[in-house]
Design a protein around this ligand. Structure first.
Ligand SMILES: *Cc1c(COP(=O)(O)O)cnc(C)c1O
Ligand code: SF4
Length: 443
């Protein structure tokens, strides 16, 4: 296969794209203005093979990667625009910082889940659920292109205090040796597969030794299949990466991809199909996940088509998420009841092999909360919910109720049903130990 060279498009050079002529002056201006606040990066694969330029700006992949005017409030848009026009760099920088801080750059109390080893805080890791440690390799804190909805954006835009990154594989290993209940290490970012294979090998290979018998699943959360499938085909160290996956399998462990696909078009190119089959040939399995996003995939048919196509290519549908309460949420959000209706309709239109997917799920501070449905109990309309994951494993899978709220788009807008003051998990310190919510409840 012919080698395709990676080229990226950012604020400095996007205007050179011949495809820009498909956009109005106003749409082009929006990229520059909104792009000051939300990080912007696209690449030649996304631009040439995924976006349908006859359908911009409404094309789902255009909306997923290119900033649009509606992603900022009118006021913020006009403020940024006027500072840009004045050319006052310092004031612009301050304004952009202020807007970003108001966009809730670090949602769901992630700072609470930072583990410690030998008195050292491990800022490149998160340990929220007993079995699974998240690890953020510092070399993987970028992506092949950026999603406009993404809550990880402070990591890409130089807000260093918020950057969860850690250099030493050594600290990860020390931590895992002290936590025998951990079975999964989930490499995440950014996108860890923006790092070179040699870097990933330095993190993964030590975990294949006998000492780490308790680590059964090496998981990689990545959007690379959708944004740059050549990582597995023709990039210089593509073959080495596949050999690394094989080594994991040979060591008796499961290499699990947690792959982000937001729209069926991302599964349609020759390159992605070949990349999927090369990964599968190593014995790795690919699970898929995506948030539900207005303007991109808020339609049951899109999800049903996506799950069906994934299963046809041997992928395992895994999670449908509710868009998080951060960034340009107002542009992308879908009310919870509508989210459930889209999920239900899509779920009922696919066969059982696609129904491995769970959702819609909200990654909130106590855990991953699934919306099981809207129903009536003793004359009161309620949401039925359950934890798919929880800081306290004893609370998983117990149904609970929230007062119905037509407009609610996120968990923290919900109130307990039946006039109760607290949700069941808020009682009796169920999420706290020693009165602190920083301690792991299961220890
Ligand atoms: C989603 C998530 C995981 C992984 O959960 P699984 O249900 O095992 O896929 C781990 N840690 C955090 C913080 C998460 O949000
Ligand atoms: S690829 Fe993932 S981490 Fe990167 S911008 Fe998109 S959603 Fe965020």
């Amino acid at each position: 296969m012919e080698t395709i060279k990676y080229r990226n498009y950012i604020l400095r050079n996007y205007a050179d794209l011949p495809q820009m002529s498909s956009l109005s002056q106003e749409e082009q201006e929006a990229i520059k203005i909104v792009g000051q606040v939300l990080p912007f990066k696209a690449n030649n694969y996304v631009v040439e093979q995924l976006i349908d330029w006859n359908n911009v700006p409404n094309d789902p992949i255009y909306t997923l990667t290119f900033p649009r005017k509606e992603m900022l409030s009118k006021k913020n848009y006009n403020d940024v625009k006027s500072y840009l026009e004045k050319g006052d760099e310092a004031a612009l920088k301050q304004k952009v910082f202020d807007i970003r801080m108001k966009l809730n750059p670090n949602p769901a109390g992630q700072e609470k889940n930072i583990p410690m080893v030998d008195g050292i805080k491990l800022h490149g890791m998160q340990h929220k659920y007993r079995e699974t440690v998240l690890f953020f390799p510092s070399q993987g804190q970028t992506c092949h292109a950026y999603c406009t909805f993404c809550f990880r954006w402070p990591q890409f835009s130089g807000m260093n205090e918020l950057k969860f990154a850690m250099k030493e594989a050594d600290l990860l290993q020390r931590y895992l040796l002290k936590h025998p209940k951990v079975t999964d290490v989930l490499f995440t970012g950014g996108d860890p597969l923006t790092a070179k294979t040699s870097i990933m090998a330095a993190y993964i290979e030590p975990l294949l030794t006998k000492e780490f018998d308790h680590i059964r699943n090496i998981r990689i959360g990545t959007k690379t299949l959708a944004y740059w499938p050549y990582r597995f085909l023709t990039d210089k160290d593509a073959d080495d990466l596949l050999r690394l996956f094989e080594k994991v399998k040979k060591a008796g462990k499961h290499l699990a991809f947690q792959s982000h696909f937001n729209h069926p078009v991302e599964l349609s190119t020759d390159a992605v199909k070949q990349a999927i089959s090369r990964i599968q040939n190593t014995g790795a399995q690919i699970r898929t996940q995506s948030p539900l996003l207005r303007h991109i995939n808020d339609d049951a048919k899109i999800w049903a088509d996506m799950w069906k196509e994934q299963v046809r290519q041997g992928l395992i549908p895994y999670y449908m998420f509710v868009a998080r309460d951060t960034g340009s949420k107002e542009f992308f959000d879908v009310p919870l009841e509508k989210a459930w209706n889209i999920f239900r309709k899509a779920y009922s239109n696919v066969s059982g092999v696609c129904r491995t997917v769970r959702g819609p799920s909200m990654s909130a501070s106590p855990g991953k909360v699934q919306i099981l449905g809207v129903t009536e109990v003793s004359g009161e309309k309620v949401f039925v919910l359950r934890f798919l994951q929880c800081r306290n494993p004893k609370l998983i899978d117990i149904p609970f109720f929230a007062k119905y709220d037509k407009k609610a788009t996120w968990f923290d807008e919900l109130k307990p049903a039946f006039g109760e003051k607290e949700f069941f998990f808020e009682k009796d310190n169920l999420l706290r130990k020693n009165g602190r919510d920083t301690d792991f409840i299961w220890e």
